[in-house]
Design a protein around this ligand. Structure first.
Ligand code: FE2
Ligand code: FE2
Length: 166
């Protein structure tokens, strides 16, 4: 399996996109199924956010200061997603705003993922090269093992708060 940081992150994105598509094709009445899909979404997004916030963004920021603005924008986009995720955690799938909130989450995260893949990753690959990306990838694989799976866990909440106030 490749340890290239960008390959690993793209693989996560692919899984996230698949759950988004499943949610959007689930149909109006599939309340229970949509509830489970949102749980899956939240788990994937929480872990993905953790390894990006914990490893990818700080490493890139330190090694490629010219990409700092992109990293700061990413923190903000993740923050918006975190807020929606935390609200969804406390919401029942049959709640009036459940589908709407999930749709806004999907739209936001899709935009963010597209930006990472189309604009940011190419710059990062050019700037860092293969060897450093392998090192960062190995670090992310290690970080994933301690990643929270649900934002209700205090470490995930703390990350959100740290990202906002730091
Ligand atoms: Fe991201
Ligand atoms: Fe990402």
């Amino acid at each position: 399996m490749s340890n290239d940081a960008i390959v690993l992150l793209k693989d996560d994105h692919k899984q996230v996109r698949k759950v988004f598509r499943d949610f959007q094709s689930a149909g109006e009445d599939a309340t229970e199924r949509k509830g489970r899909l949102v749980e899956q979404m939240i788990e994937l997004l929480t872990q993905h956010t953790y390894i990006e916030n914990e490893v990818m963004y700080p490493r890139v920021r330190a090694l490629l200061p010219e990409l700092e603005d992109d990293v700061l924008e990413s923190y903000e986009e993740h923050h918006v997603a975190d807020v929606l995720v935390m609200e969804l955690v406390g919401m029942k799938p049959d709640a009036e705003r459940f589908d709407a909130k999930t749709t806004v989450l999907i739209e936001n995260v899709r935009h963010h993922i597209d930006e990472e893949e189309q604009e940011w990753f190419p710059k990062v690959r050019d700037g860092l090269g293969r060897k450093v990306l392998q090192e960062i990838g190995a670090e992310m694989t290690a970080a994933r093992k301690k990643a929270p799976r649900s934002p209700a866990q205090p470490s995930a909440l703390k990350k959100t708060i740290d990202a906002v106030i730091s």
